[in-house]
Design a protein around this ligand. Structure first.
Ligand code: AMP
Ligand code: GLY
Length: 422
């Protein structure tokens, strides 16, 4: 089998490595990939959003299967385009990817089908949004409807902050058309859990749960980032809560999408908050999370390609998906200054690896035969172990052996999870 993977981050590196465990896989192409992925796949500098070039590449190389992981190409309809030319894909079609692409759509879906989520109002003109804000209790969450690089949700502590967010999104259009409509949402309290799931549109099989660390600094302070580290499993996500989520959220969502004529096939990501009134959906993503994937896939004992093909064929079964009972931790090494200004171009020195260790490269390229930094989040240092405490310790032991000049990492990945275990 020859496989095409679209994307170029740490998540895609984890996907490529997991796919290659299948002995029938001969070749993996990755577009655009990165300097780290280039050790595991043949990379070509075609952007994940350049649909025309990707389709032309697929016409020429005729992959047996394609995996599309980033949100933009999914929402733009890359899966539809590839399926049209006869390339079977893992990933939702555009009409289902809208579950992430439009927060107004997903909120209306949840309201219509009684799926627990934060109360929210939708606005398509700034005047009525601003009038509504005067009547709200604070904090509220102001969200842009469309994709906004993960920055489209503002927690506003008071009226002034909420008004600023609405003006920036709807009038100044800081997220472009994504802010044409906004949601003003009830602020929920509780631990957050990420649950990725495989689905063929009918059957939904959750993966091991995980916990992201979105803020730049220790103690969950500093700016929001793409994610500074993850652990799996998430200790707040007990088997009892998992049962409730399956009945009230996972199955109802997959059925609702089918009912709406938008059958979702691929990885459906549930961003949940475990509130005192039960688990509620904060967001859906139409794809694998980054850096959740970097801790989830190393714990997958079954064959990823078999599962992905079953999702596409509509033959997914629960027993196809087995996870280890162990734990994993991913510590992200970033360029100091991320998510604001940072320097790149520093040579990365990678250590000898142990069997329980993985490095998934995100922002690095090859220059003069050397691996050098090229992005904010440079790579993820991942370790698996029997317990979460050991996984955290081992991930830091690996992270501390990786060197580049301006490396920055949080020192407390997993700390809150370990506290919850006690
Ligand atoms: P989103 O862009 O919807 O993924 O939201 C980004 C982050 O904002 C989430 O991971 C939460 O930490 C926070 N958030 C979003 N919605 C809410 C809410 N209704 N209540 C509290 N926090 C929220
Ligand atoms: N880590 C959250 C996301 O991938 O959106």
């Amino acid at each position: 089998m020859n496989i095409l993977v679209i994307g170029g981050g740490g998540r895609e590196h984890a996907v490529v490595k997991a796919l290659k465990k299948n002995k029938t896989v001969e070749k993996v192409w990755c577009l655009p990939g990165n300097g780290g992925i280039a050790h595991d796949a043949e990379c070509f500098p075609i952007k994940a959003t350049d649909l025309e070039s990707i389709v032309a590449f697929a016409e020429e190389h005729r992959p047996d299967f394609a995996v599309v992981t980033p949100d933009d190409p999914l929402c733009m309809g890359l899966v539809d385009r590839l399926e049209e030319i006869g390339v079977p894909c893992f990933g939702p079609r555009a009409n289902a990817a809208i579950i992430e692409g439009s927060k107004v759509f997903s909120k209306q879906l949840m309201q219509k089908y009684g799926i627990p989520t934060a109360e929210a109002q939708t606005f398509s003109d700034p005047a009525s949004a601003l009038a509504y804000l005067k009547k709200c209790e604070y904090p509220v969450v102001v969200k842009a409807d469309g994709l906004a690089l993960g920055k489209g949700a503002i927690i506003a502590g008071d009226l002034a902050e909420a008004e600023k967010a609405v003006r920036e999104m709807m009038v100044d259009k800081i997220f472009g058309e994504s802010g044409s409509r906004v949601l003003v949402e009830e602020f929920l309290i509780g631990p957050e859990v990420s649950v990725l799931s495989f689905t063929d549109g009918e059957t939904v099989v959750p993966m091991v749960s995980s916990m992201d660390h979105k803020r730049a600094r220790d103690g969950d302070e500093g700016l929001n980032t793409g994610g500074m580290g993850t652990v799996a499993p998430n200790p707040y996500y007990t088997p009892e809560i998992a049962d409730v989520c399956m009945k009230t959220i996972f199955l109802p969502t997959v059925r609702a999408m089918k009912e709406e004529g938008r059958t979702f096939k691929g990885c459906l990501y549930f961003g949940l908050m475990l509130t005192p009134k039960g688990p509620k959906v904060i967001e859906y993503n139409c794809r694998f999370g980054d850096p959740e994937t970097q801790v989830v896939l190393p714990l997958l004992e079954s064959d990823l390609l078999t599962i992905m093909r079953a999702c596409r064929e509509g033959t997914l079964k629960e027993e196809m998906v087995k996870f280890s009972s162990g734990a994993a931790c991913c510590v992200v090494l970033a360029s100091d200054g991320y998510p604001r200004k940072y320097e790149t171009g520093f040579e990365i020195s990678l250590p000898e690896m142990q069997p329980w260790e993985e490095i998934y490269v995100a922002g690095a390229k090859t220059a003069d035969g050397k691996l050098v930094t090229s992005g904010g989040r440079v790579l993820g240092a991942v370790a698996t172990a029997e317990s979460l405490a050991q996984a955290v310790e081992k991930a830091y032991a690996l992270a501390d052996r990786i060197r580049f000049e301006n490396a920055y990492m949080r020192r407390d990945i997993g700390k809150r999870a370990l506290k919850a275990l006690k």
